[in-house]
Design a protein around this ligand. Sequence first.
Ligand code: XUL
Ligand code: CO
Length: 437
Amino acid sequence: MSEFYPTIKKIAYEGNKTDNPLAFRFYNPDELIAGKSMRDHMRFAMSYWHTMVAEGSDMFGVGTLAKKYGSSDPMEQARNKAHAAFELMDKLDIDYYCFHDRDIAPEGSSLTESNKRLDEITDLLKDLQQEYKKKLLWGTANMFSNPRYAHGAGTSPDVDVFAFAAAQAKKAVELTVKLGGEGYTFWGGREGYETLLNTNMGLELDNLARLMHMVKDYARSIGFKGDFYVEPKPKEPTKHQYDFDASTVIGFLRNYGLDKDFKLNIEANHATLAGHSFQHELRLARETGFFGSIDANQGDMLLGWDTDQFPTNIYDTVFAMYELLKAGGFTNGGLNFDAKTRRASNTNEDIFYSYIAGMDTFALGLKMAQKIIDDGRIDNFVNERYASWNNELGQKIVKGQISIAELEKYALGMGDVKVGSGRQEYLEAILNSMLFG
Ligand code: XUL
Ligand code: CO
């Protein structure tokens, strides 16, 4: 098969002094950081939907990016697209990919036909995985694009739509297992509402959990050992998405008994849409044991929607990689670039520039995060700030060995309390000195 990106050679690490724009400056896959290769820390993944499918259309204009892969026949296109995907991953030295069922094969006129097409394309993907030594990070089902899902999938008011969604997710799980996928993601496409005037929220939430339980039980029954993820997002496409943010999703998973099998897939742009920082969502996931995987991108602070830009903000990646290191690294998760080039960045080179920028930004973030941990000043400051919790009183509270009346007695006898400084500006300054000094 002839190349789809003939002007691009394999991207290599050349260091920060290079003037070659098609080289890595910071991502050196085999370099060890704290005894582990950058490749193993990052577990970078390509998102099939943005990179291989999306043509750059928006509400004001049609696509600007060529994604036809030399054919107008949908199935030939799908086959060519698969070859192009592996060529691209190979050239970028990306080990993993993620897909929705409808990204890899076009939907047919019936579920049977759609499934047949998926069987054919996943046979090809399986062969390509072997040939190129690539792996599937996670699979998912697109249960939001087709008009049947206008009112949601698992949360549809129509039981037939629920049945269709269940069948579609069942197939997507089978394909994920067939391809050795390490995760299966639920992003709540249109699982939310536009107005409460027409919505039975209680039934919708119960049904969403019912669907997740069914998918989970079925996946386990056919041997899926990986993690399930829910990917929080507060709005878009619906006004209110049920999977609003990490905290909401954790509550949902615990409430419905899904917390043993499900973790979170945290996306940077979804975090900021929810009014949180990327780090906040990762921190919460880590502290609660729900840290799973990452959708790497960034939003634009001046825009209120999901712009899915390739990440280039160093502060964000430093903080994200700090949370990753503190979480002890990924288990089944990875860094999936759920990101797209701007529609005006319209050449094949732009796709490569974008991935290189994103991968380098995370690689630099990883190096800097390890530097912060090795330096120890920030971690030590935090430990000292909470040191009183290690004294006798603190430990009694932590262990539940003291009553509120005893605390009152203690407080009555101690006079006023003088608290120490939070030293925010000092910490921000030493952070800058570590990053840029
Ligand atoms: C949508 C989004 C999805 C999920 C997978 O905002 O992030 O692409 O990552 O369904
Ligand atoms: Co995403």
